[in-house]
Design a protein around this ligand. Sequence first.
Ligand SMILES: [Zn+2]
Length: 46
Amino acid sequence: MKVKDPVCGMTIDSDRAAAHGTYDGETVYFCAVSCQKTFEARRAKR
Ligand SMILES: [Zn+2]
């Protein structure tokens, strides 16, 4: 499944995502662990 990394906008394959997490019941995939960290940091600021 093709998914979009919400941090850098890169299209990645969910099977090859370097990191993923579930946020508000939705699984979000990232190209790198650093993108996940950025995503989580942004969420924490809300
Ligand atoms: Zn990324």
